[in-house]
Design a protein around this ligand. Structure first.
Ligand code: HH2
Length: 278
């Protein structure tokens, strides 16, 4: 899943594709690079971001979705709002990606059910405005698993079909480094929920924490320490681990690099074929 952020303030590419023309070109490039799905968003959910008015969110994304919907791949809308999801689907989107898992807008689950398109329910402890203030868990994997199970049930009760349900543990959303690491190390425990899993690790701050970028601050030139767009090596390592542990979809900014890494990793995993030597 390639990321198309039509936002002035996303954490890693805010403002880069904020005009419809730039976002459309970016989406077309990601498709050419091998994306199987594009996720178009008009509201940043980075820690501390504030809510965007639905009319403004629609104004940002509709021209982009309309233009990209002629591509031969599905277009997803990254939104927490039912009115935005409905407008986006009318404009050609065929997936809904909701980082609140239906907890932000009480109409979202019924709307997604009526629209009858794949719906990604992501886990987030607390709203993005406050989520990183003090996230706490006993066993983060067990708790996120249980929360996703309950969300999944709420989705089905609202009429979303099981075939349309995708779950996401929400890496970086209301989670500290140790919580993110536990979820990624024990991703297999979420498989038994019985739904496809989507993971978003791309350029996230847990990668900067692991690479020790803070300590490198002094010797990296010109303040180029730990910019999100420099977290590509860590993104690839984390993305591969996710796929090897059972993720069905990974949401990434750097489609070409991630796809190349996946193709090579897959080739290296294939069992030996062809004639042997004696
Ligand atoms: N992460 C972000 C946004 N949407 N959706 C899902 N399902 N899973 C994620 O992990 C996820 C997501 C945050 O990344 P980004 O879009 O790059 O930044 P921002 O929210 O600042 O626009």
């Amino acid at each position: 899943m390639g990321i198309v952020n039509v936002t002035p303030d996303s954490f890693s590419d805010g403002g880069l594709h904020a005009s419809p023309e730039a976002a459309i070109e970016h989406g077309r490039r990601l498709h050419a690079e091998g994306a199987d799905l594009l996720d178009v968003g008009g509201e940043s959910t980075r820690p501390g971001a504030t809510t965007v008015d639905p009319a403004e969110e629609l104004e940002r994304i509709l021209p982009v979705i309309e233009a990209l919907s002629d591509l031969p791949i599905p277009i997803s809308v990254d939104t927490r709002k039912s009115s935005v999801a409905a407008g986006a689907v009318r404009a050609g989107a065929t997936w809904i990606n909701d980082v609140s898992g239906g907890t932000f807008d009480p109409e979202m689950l019924r709307t997604a059910a009526a629209l009858d398109v794949p719906y990604v329910a992501m886990h987030c402890q607390g709203a993005p405005e406050v989520m990183q203030a003090d996230p706490r868990y006993g066993d983060p994997v067990a708790e996120v698993r249980e929360a996703l199970r309950l969300r999944g049930r709420a989705c089905l009760e609202a009429g979303i079909r099981l075939e349309n349900l995708v779950l996401d543990p929400g890496i970086g959303f209301g989670k500290r480094l140790e919580h993110n690491l536990a979820l990624l190390r024990r991703l297999e425990e979420l498989r038994s929920l019985g739904c496809p899993l989507l993971l978003g690790v791309s350029r996230k701050s847990f990668i900067g924490h692991l690479t020790g970028a803070e300590e490198q601050r002094d010797w990296l030139a010109e303040g180029r320490h730990d910019r999100p767009q420099d977290r590509i090596g860590g993104t690839v390592a984390a993305g591969l681990a996710c796929v090897q542990r059972g993720a069905d979809v990974i949401r990434v900014h750097d489609v070409r690099i991630m796809r190349e890494a996946l193709l090579v990793a897959r080739a290296l995993q294939a069992p030996e074929t062809g004639p042997g030597v004696d």
